[in-house]
Design a binder for this molecule. Sequence first.
Ligand code: GLA
Length: 421
Amino acid sequence: MRKTRKGKILVTSSVAQAFALEGKKRFTLRCMWVPFSTLMSIEQYFAAQFNTAPAFVARAPGRLEFIGNHLDYNGGLVLGAAIDRYVTVAVAPRADRRIVLASESQPVRVENSLDALAPAKGATSWGNYPLGMLKVMRDAGLEVSHGFNLAVSNDLPIGAGLSSSAAIELATGLALGALYHYSLDRRQLAFLGRAAENNFVGMPCGILDQGSSAFGKAGSLVLIDCATNDFSTRPMPGGTHFWVFNTLKKHTLIDSFYAARNRECMESLAILRQTAPSLANLATATEEQVKVAREDLGETRFKRALHVVREMARVRDTLAALDAQDTARVGRNLTASHGSSRELFENSCEELDFLVARVVGMPGVFGARLSGGGFGGAAMALTDGSFSADAAGQLLKDYRAKFGNVPTIFSSRTGDGAALL
Ligand code: GLA
């Protein structure tokens, strides 16, 4: 349990599970968020860690993937949303060349030297995100003559498929930019964050997470054309809300599964290019092209490619439905996207399938799908205002009866993108 910047206590998964195990009576969703009157600000946390005040504070939001599953690294269109939960980073200069990182949500500090930046494994690996950001910023020309202390706090759940990693990268980028007089626009920030993730952390992600966190806007979805790197926003459908269901399941092979999907898509593109050399990327192939190449692709790549081209069609249809203010049609696309992840891209899991199947049948729900890389992590539902905590509580009970534990659930609004505070 810990204090958040919004003056509430987030009951973490283990506490939520403890409530669940205590018996039905206490098993209500109201346990998940409890009002709290005082809170430790990032400034207070920084002072407690380093005995000084921070020089700069920046924050960046988590994101939901609205639709466009695994389309970003395939040159497709993706719709994301920044949510109103953030990672906040505070920094102050040091006189020496050391870097010291502390995080409210991590038991271990990270200590490093400006002259020996390398990714770590184990308990200090959380530091790879800020250190990776520093590394790519220096590669891009940031001049650093002295070290720094850096503190992190978050009201964004870590490891919940809401991209806390992109959020810490972007908040670090803004804070270090201010510290070392290096200004970055949103686009530079997003691409540096992705470079940190690809080249330092070692995750071959696309631009969805960093782009949504950088360009997010309250009340809006973020549309990214990953072929042209064009970022824009679209209004959220009126009267809708997000509910997020975190399975708490994190497959140990999640990163290698993600990399395998990435590789299968690149192989599919190479095969399709044998007959269509001018094909720019997999997301712009036609379903016909994929079907004609079925034998050459083989069954696995055929399924991956079919998911990608159909998902691209669903994103286009979702954009048209948003323009037409047809929220029911938007919702049908979300649910169809999940079905395709389950059947064709095979990046869902039993827990996500259960949550999506259950929530889609409930009153007030337009649609639901896994959000992000998959293989565990979070599902999200788009609902109207009538979907309540009580309905979500019923879902938790059913989930517990089947899987023996409970997911964390919360409702979420869209939030503003990364900013220096
Ligand atoms: C993760 C990655 C993103 C994107 C999604 C799947 O969130 O970080 O770049 O590929 O998975 O759409």
